[in-house]
Design a protein around this ligand. Sequence first.
Ligand code: GLU
Length: 428
Amino acid sequence: MAASTNAFEMAQAQFDRVADMLQLDPEVREILRWPLREFHFRIPVRMDDGSMRVFEGFRVQHNDARGPNKGGIRFHPAETIDTVRALGTWMTWKCAVVDIPLGGGKGGVIVDPATLSTGEKERLVRGWVQQMWRNIGPRQDVPAPDVGTTPQMMGWMMDEYSKLAGQFTPGVITGKPVGGGGSLGRTEATGYGVIYTVREALKHLKIDPKTCTAAIQGFGNVAQYAAIGFIEMLGGKVICVSYWDREDRISYTVSKEDGLDPHFLMSITDQYGSIDKTKAKAAGYVIESGDAWITKDVDVLIPSALEGQVNSETVLQIKPRVKVIAEGANGPTTPEADVILKERGIFMIPDFLCNAGGVTVSYFEGVQNDMNFYWSKEEVLQKEDEKMTSAFHAVLEMSVKEKVYMRDAAYMVSIARVVKAMQLRGWI
Ligand code: GLU
């Protein structure tokens, strides 16, 4: 992340810009610029060596006018209250843009999960629930995975909540393992959702996806399935991905000019997203350090890592051939970079639209938990595709009608829906 990028300032700047365009009532603005509730707490954890470590945890509930707060929990060493605020705010817009009856929230813990043993991780996530259980629940706030958290952790958290609440409550959290209350298709959902929106964007631009190449930043859950989807659903080629190397403490871009094989790369990636460089090199991949992914001569860029990656410096390295940016990550583009991308006429699929497939299938998971009846993977992915496709077209239509940048159009669609819910409930 660029040092100068404060994600929450970014989220507020994006909102303010559209609030100005819409001449939004100042009182409404005051509600939406800030989270409604924030929890800061400390989680004491007994470590394997017998010592006690105290972790700092957060949960931000931005807005629940449209339904229970919804959003992941991120475990990251650079987590701050402002990153959690930004991510929670974007969740409100994300759930609104795909028109699912949920609000926005986010959680976090300042920790590098790779430094913890399995037992320590379990005690930490159970501790998180012990601090928050009175303020989460299927009708209050429903957490999920994000960077640094996994389906197994969601399973432990569901168990802890069920014990404290005295009843089996699978709908308290989503992204659980399949067989433990999880939904088929949830693992693939975010990455595939990115590709559904890329497919619609290319159709709109009248570009044949089979002629397209993509460069992806990241190789976590979103990037992995975006790569698979780009190749297997669209017939395009992915020429690089990138990852953060835990040992060398820098990022690397891993490329293959004639198209990489995401399944092979996944087979040599550890649970924290580090690719085995030696094995990749032996298989003919080229390894470059730093932000090389953004300099590639491709048609589609898919930043799927962290915030602030496409910024006033890196944006200048984007090649003229790039036609579409699909934001798999939350907040990858800074407002300064947006100005340049807009001028250059690059088609932007903004984050809270592009990566909304994850929360969409989380919503389906909650619905299945409530019914206690589970759908096939095909049914889940089909329903996800319908939601993503109609959300994409609602935003595109707004962008064409109002002659505005796609990010602004997405904000317009979402803000209108949240404001309407607040009006109907008599909040404003
Ligand atoms: N963490 C994911 C996101 O940023 C998923 C949230 C969820 O499923 O609730 O959209």
